[in-house]
Design a binder for this molecule. Sequence first.
Ligand code: ADP
Ligand code: MG
Length: 337
Amino acid sequence: MGATNPQSRISNPDQFGRVAVVMGGSSAEREVSLDSGRNVLAALKARGVDAHAIDGIPALLDALRAGHFARVFNILHGQHGGGEDGVLQGALESLKVPYTGSGVLGSALSMDKTRSKRVWQSLGLPTPKFAALPRGSDVHAAAKQIGFPLIVKPACEGSSVGVTRVFEEAQLDNAVELAAKYPGDLLMETLIEGDELTVGILGREVLPSIHIVPKGAFYDYNAKYVAEDTQYLCPGLQGDAENELRALALAAFDALGCAGWGRVDVMRDRQGRNWLLEVNTAPGMTSHSLVPKAARTAGIDYEALCWRVLETSFAHNGANESRIPYPESRDSAGGAA
Ligand SMILES: Nc1ncnc2c1ncn2[C@@H]1O[C@H](COP(=O)(O)OP(=O)(O)O)[C@@H](O)[C@H]1O
Ligand SMILES: [Mg+2]
C-alpha cells in the first residue's frame, strides 16, 4: 500500500490494529451508510486491514468497552445518534478510542446547516442569503425577505431528503410541509441557479472539484443514489477558477473546525460566484459517491482512499482538538481499545 501512495504515513496494516467499520445506524440515511460501509470494509480487508462491520452506535460502544477494537472507521451518515453529528465522536473521545474524520465540534457544527452558514457569514465566506425557521414561524414573511426562487430544506438532514425548490408563493406550503417531516428547524435560502460543484478534502489535500450535472432539475435523492444518468465532470473547473474553488472549500472546512476528511457542497451562479451550501463530515463512499470519484482523478484509487481516511484516525492537522498522535509516539503500534 505505502508504495502505491507516497503520502501515506502508515505502511503496515497491522499498525491500525483491529478496526471497527461502523455503518448503518438509525438515521434517515441508514441504507446509504450500509452501502458505503460495505464498500469500505471490503477495501480495507483487501489491503490487509483487520476490519469488521458494526451496525450502529450501541453495538459499537458495547464492542469497544469489551476491548474488541483499536480504532473506528466511521461511515455512519446523519444526525440524532446517526454518527455524523458529534454524539458518537464525544463518546469515542471519552473512551479514548481513535476514529476517522472530524471531532465533536466540526461534526456538530457541520450537521447544522444554519449555524454553519452563520460562521461562514461572520468570516466573510459566501453562502446564500437565508432564514432560519423554527417550527410555527411565518414562512410566507420569511419568503418575502429572501425572495423567489428559494429553496426549503431541513436544517440538519442529508441526502437531499426534504429539499424543495420553490419558484412561487403557491408552492411554499407544500415545501415547508415536506421539510417539516424531518427533525429540527427549517432552513430557507436563496436558490442559486447555475452549476452544482462539490469538493472533497482528504487530510490537508483538496481533491479536484466535481461538477455535477443531474438529468433532472437538481441533485435530489434519486440523482444521488439511483439514477445512472447523472453526469460528473472532474475536475469541475479549470485554472484559477478551480484553484479559487478549492481554496474556498478548504476555508469553509477549516472555519467549521472540521478535520480528517469531508466534502464541501457549493453552488456556482451564472456570474461565476461560488456559494457555500454545507460540509459533509462523513461523506458517502458508495459506488455513486463523489469523494471516490474525485480521489480517482487525483490518482488515489478506492482502496487507497479508504486507507488514507483510516489514517486520519491517528492525527488531525488544523483541527482545534488535540488528537491521538501517530504511532511513532505511541507505546504500541496498534494501540489498545
Ligand atoms: N441554495 C441553493 N441553491 C440551489 N440549489 C440548492 C441550494 N441548496 C440546496 N440545493 C440543492 O439541493 C441539494 C441538497 O442540498 P444540501 O444543502 O447540499 O443538503 P443535503 O445534501 O445535506 O441534503 C444540493 O445538492 C443542491 O442540488
Ligand atoms: Mg449536500
